[in-house]
Design a binder for this molecule. Sequence first.
Ligand code: ADP
Length: 329
Amino acid sequence: MKRLNDFQKAQIKLTFHYFLINFFIIAIASMIAIFIEQRFILQTLDPSKIGSVVQPNHLSLRENFREVHRVFVQRVLIFDFFLVLISAAAGYFMSGRTLRSIKEMMQKQEEFASDASHELRTPLATIQMEIEATRRTEKKIPSVYDKLLDSIQEESKRMTNTVSGLLTLVRSDTEEYRKEFDLAGITSQAIKQIKASSEAKKITISAKDLENAPVFGNEDQIRQAVLVLLDNAIRYTLDNGAVTVSTKSEDSKSSFVISDTGVGIPKDDWSKIFERFYRVSNRQINDQQRTGLGLSIAKKIIESHGGTISVASAPGEGSTFTINLPRHS
Ligand code: ADP
């Protein structure tokens, strides 16, 4: 079965809330109706009001009224049952209407961000190409201009990273590409992809405990989240450090754990690093081209799959990031 999207979940939640309110109103209205009916019967049966003429029939009158009361309560309950059903259906319809305009507004925002990111990518790529071309054609560039070109190139690379990160963040989730795959498999692939940067810093990546870990989801997106954590582990670990990666499966969830012997993260920043553009300044690390978007992208991907991502770290000792994902849809 296809996973329910956020709006469907919100619609069901809202329907439930409408239903609860309606249920209480119907219950209170019915209790008042029964109370009034009972009072009416009691008043009618009051001997002082019935008078002496009907006295002989008083007992059978009482029986009749008891029967009338039983039928009345029965009808009220049947009526309530249908009213509750109608109110649930109306609640579902109304919550759908309420959420539709919010959904449309969010879609428009996402489209705008997506279009803007697309539009920005082309000029940024052109700037980078032109710098490359200038470097190739001009034999001797004065050092002052060379430095300027370096700085423009670095900034445009950082902008390109930011723009593609934003594009990933706003792109809607593609649920139709979800299937079952092994977390251990994509971890091995991601390690291969990152090999060059770990070798450049002489960082060892140990992946001895890659146990079979089935996950249901979008394989490309989860690989991207794993790559963000691997890339960060290498980037924020000094030369000759170590990174350990493991995967395993337990009950209904599969997990991916990555530990490094890097610079670490102060406790106050643990939750903030998952926010967009939040960065912890690291004097020991050259991170000029970083965007502060990697972990927010990873978080969005993992949470859209019904999973969790968390961190534990000790500054100067290292960090451990854990991803938990449901095994099934
Ligand atoms: P970026 O790496 O582009 O700055 P991220 O969202 O990936 O953005 O990370 C946010 C911040 O979290 C980084 O600036 C860095 O300070 C910190 N961080 C992430 N991973 C690690 C890690 N493994 N070790 C130490 N710090 C980390």
